[in-house]
Design a protein around this ligand. Structure first.
Ligand code: HEC
Ligand code: HEC
Length: 334
């Protein structure tokens, strides 16, 4: 009996030591990311132009980090609000906490060094060392080419300092156990070398930094279900309370976009370039969408063609998705 008690005591002690060791590891050794680089990004007109293109039309920074008008289709950003801080995402959207994409204009980032911005963007660690929740797509941006990263920083530095109109006090919250798990996610960036003449690979790169997969795949416990990759069906809550489901963009001809020509694919995006007020009207608020059409429409035809080429190479998945609730689609071909 005595021996048994002693064994139990030893086992308990072991469990406590392991648990403390685990916690110590989580808090002291993680996130596994070094100090911010000591860099100063040279702001050239070329970089600002490239950064503006990427941040607005490809990597969609401003889609999350700006005030948007959800009374219009695909919630355009009223001009002048680019990067001034986005809406709060939280438990209502099924997330384990409350998060706010901050102000990326100099009004928000004036005290940040270029290196700190780069580290937050590509490795997922905030200025004070806090690991970011991966709704911020730093895992994807970790493979952004070094020059594209510098271009985005140059663009953010060139923005006018604009504060967001709804400066309500906001406290970030992260629920257990995600507050521990999130510490394991940040990792050193692994920049890609890009070559736009390699169409399929460049298309893959754009799909990655465009977070297409994040919305166009279903998840289980936060992780993308491999078999549903790009096959849509993810339910996304629109701010007015409606639900939109992402489309199947795999090359299945019947339920995906396999029957679309390259020209049709490009035209689908260009439909929203300089969209008229009529095209943006929202007769049925249930038919609003998280697909960032207004921003994605600004992608170049070449980049859209590269995305199309890549999407032709992914495994086709048979999955029919009804994107909008109820009612037949109205307005522009949607
Ligand atoms: C899908 C939405 C989304 C996109 C796209 C996005 N972000 Fe974020 N970002 C967030 C959220 C949410 C946070 C806060 C996360 C947290 O508190 O853990 C954040 C945090 C940040 C931070 C840390 C400072 C802060 O505001 O909290 C920086 C810097 C940042 N993002 C830059 C960028 C840049 C640059 C891009 C484009 C290359 C980008 N983000 C794209 C959602 C997004
Ligand atoms: C924030 C979430 C989100 C992101 C990011 C996103 N999509 Fe979408 N997408 C949607 C939703 C939701 C729909 C369905 C509703 C609609 O048509 O607006 C959709 C629809 C589409 C359609 C129309 C398909 C059809 O059958 O009509 C295409 C094509 C598309 N997305 C391609 C892309 C590509 C390529 C990317 C990456 C560059 C991307 N999407 C990124 C949410 C997203």
């Amino acid at each position: 009996m005595k021996l048994l008690l002693r064994l139990v005591a030893i086992l308990l002690a072991l469990v406590v030591v392991l648990a403390l060791g685990g916690l110590g590891y989580l808090f002291l050794a993680l996130p596994r990311v070094g100090a911010a680089q000591d860099v100063r990004v040279e702001v050239t007109p070329e970089r600002v132009a490239r950064g503006k293109y990427l941040a607005n039309h490809v990597a969609f920074c401003t889609v999350c980090h700006s005030q948007r008008d959800w009374t219009k289709f695909s919630a355009p950003i009223p001009p002048g609000n680019e990067g001034n801080g986005g809406m709060v995402w939280g438990r209502t959207e099924g997330l384990p906490g409350e998060f706010k994409p901050g102000n990326l204009t100099p009004a928000g980032l004036k005290d940040w060094t270029d290196g700190e911005i780069i580290r937050a963007m590509t490795e997922g660690v905030s200025r004070d060392g806090t690991p970011l929740f991966p709704l911020m797509p730093y895992i994807e941006y970790g493979s952004m080419s070094s020059e594209d990263v510098l271009a985005i920083v140059a663009y953010l530095r060139s923005l006018p300092a604009v504060s967001s109109p709804d400066e309500e006090p906001f406290t970030r919250e992260l629920d257990f156990p995600v507050n521990l798990i999130v510490r394991t996610l940040p990792k050193p960036a692994t920049p890609t070398r890009v070559d736009p003449s390699d169409k399929v690979r460049y298309g893959h790169y754009l799909v990655k930094i465009g977070s297409c997969e994040a919305c166009h795949s279903q998840r289980e416990g936060g992780t993308i279900v491999a078999a549903s990759r790009l096959a849509g069906g993810a339910e996304l809550l629109v701010p007015n309370g409606a639900t939109v489901r992402s489309s199947n963009i795999t090359p299945d001809p019947a339920t995906g976009i396999g029957a679309w020509s390259e020209e049709q694919f490009i035209a689908r995006f260009k439909l929203y370039e300089n969209a008229s007020a009529e095209a943006l009207a929202l007769p049925d608020p249930r038919q609003n969408t998280h697909m960032p059409w207004m921003n994605a429409a600004g992608m170049t035809r070449e980049d859209l063609a590269a995305i199309y080429a890549y999407l032709r190479t992914v495994p086709p998945v048979v999955q029919k998705v009804q994107t909008f609730e109820g009612a037949t689609a109205t307005g522009v071909t949607r």
